[in-house]
Design a binder for this molecule. Structure first.
Ligand code: PMP
Length: 401
């Protein structure tokens, strides 16, 4: 029966890690996977997460019963407050709902599935380039028109705003448009305020459905409020839209699959209707969300002292990334590596879209055992004060070869 099944193509980022793990070179570096690393190159369990987990382990009042289908109420509300701000009109007017999801991925899936089944959407536009799973998720949900709008001007290393507007203008009615809330993956560049306004005007005129992907809140500026500004802008305009929130990065809860789909509605009645249908989507997809990650996030966000501690952790992560940007930039400058490298310090978030071409990436991988995505994206926090020299020299060699 299974003899005719073809082997699926490898998932690039996981394949890179597998190759890296098999490599015995003493100076190998994995700049592929998007996860935070300390300056020792180690994963970081946030201290406040450890504290809360230790308490949870001995709290005999906790159990492993099913959660409500929409997820843990304390977690969903805390996630919405973090995203929108405590005094957001959407929260005050009781017209926003949160539905817990299996990471940011699950939240995107819920949105895609709901828009297809309940609203009849069949078209999705996301940026070129983007986090590749946007395309996969919408295709899996049966969308027949899955496209990418122009976003990256490789020559000037900035947004191709005219191209973006042209492509979105040409998109059919009933299109779901994905924007990255902050820290665009992989380019690290987001629209300016003026550009956002123009995008908003277009979305309004064309009656698109917006899905803002908020996977890195806190990583752009170290300031959680500021990183919520894209979303808050659309709330201010009175849009009805979706936001997928991931706590994988800003809480370091990668494998706990902790996400939330924020649904901003025009009024409470619409909110109740959408929530009830969203519960049907959850029910038929994974039935019930896991509680461990959600309980950690809720415990931290709902406790002022823990919340303050967590904010410091987010700042620690974003500051370290900024420091690595600065060091790499200075190193390439001092080596006299041909090309302009300012984008390394200007881009925001976990990644740098280096501009290295596939041949140069190939040299880095084969000759220097440095693993990175084919499109030249590197995870800035996989750089450390110890491997910086090696990586910068290798980039210099790859560019000048
Ligand atoms: N969106 C973007 C832009 C991402 O980079 C990621 C994670 N790499 C996600 C969504 C999904 O996050 P999660 O691991 O929480 O599903």
């Amino acid at each position: 029966v299974f003899g005719g099944i073809e082997i699926a193509p490898p998932i690039e980022v996981f394949n890179l890690t597998a190759q890296y793990n098999e490599d015995n070179h003493p100076q190998k570096v994995n700049l592929g996977v998007g996860a935070y690393r300390t300056d020792e190159g180690k994963p970081w369990v946030l201290p406040v997460v450890r504290t809360v987990e230790a308490q949870m382990a001995t709290d005999v009042t906790l159990n492993h019963e099913y959660l409500p289908v929409a997820g843990m109420p304390d977690f969903r509300l805390a996630a919405l407050r973090l995203l929108l701000g405590e005094d957001s009109p959407a929260i005050v007017e009781n017209r926003v709902e949160g539905v817990q999801a299996i990471g940011g991925t699950g939240a995107i899936r819920l949105c895609a599935d709901f828009c297809k089944k309940m609203l009849g959407y069949d078209s999705m536009y996301t940026s070129s380039p983007t986090w590749g799973n946007h395309l996969g998720i919408f295709k899996s949900c049966g969308y027949s028109n899955v496209k990418q709008y122009r976003y990256w001007d490789a020559q000037n290393r900035t947004i191709d705003f005219n191209g973006m507007m042209e492509d979105l203008n040409a998109a059919p009615e009933k299109t779901v448009v994905i924007l990255h809330g902050c820290c665009h993956n992989p380019t690290g560049v987001n629209p300016t305020e003026e550009q956002l306004k123009e995008i908003g005007d277009l979305v309004e005129r064309k009656k698109f459905m917006l899905l803002v992907d908020e996977a890195y809140q806190g990583f752009a500026s170290g300031n959680l409020e500021q990183d919520g500004n894209t979303v808050r802008y659309f709330v201010k305009r009175g849009f009805e839209f979706f936001v997928s929130q991931s706590f994988s990065k800003n809480f370091g809860l990668y494998n706990e699959r902790t996400g939330n789909l924020a649904i901003i509605c025009a009024n409470k009645d619409a909110k109740l209707r959408v929530k009830s249908q969203m519960e049907m989507v959850v029910r038929t997809t994974w039935s019930n969300s896991p509680n461990h990650g959600a309980r950690i996030v809720a415990s931290v966000l709902n406790n002022p002292a823990y919340y303050a501690e967590w904010k410091e952790h987010v700042k620690t992560m974003s500051d370290r990334i900024k420091m690595m940007r600065e060091m790499l930039f200075q190193k390439l400058k001092s080596l006299g590596t041909p090309g302009k490298w300012d984008h390394i310090i200007e881009q925001k978030g976990m990644f740098s879209f280096t501009g290295l071409n596939p041949a140069q990436v190939d040299i880095l991988m084969k000759k220097y055992h440095i693993y990175l995505l084919k499109n030249g994206r590197i995870n800035m926090c996989a750089l450390t004060t110890s491997n910086m020299e090696y990586v910068a020299n290798a980039i210099h060699a790859a560019v000048t070869e």
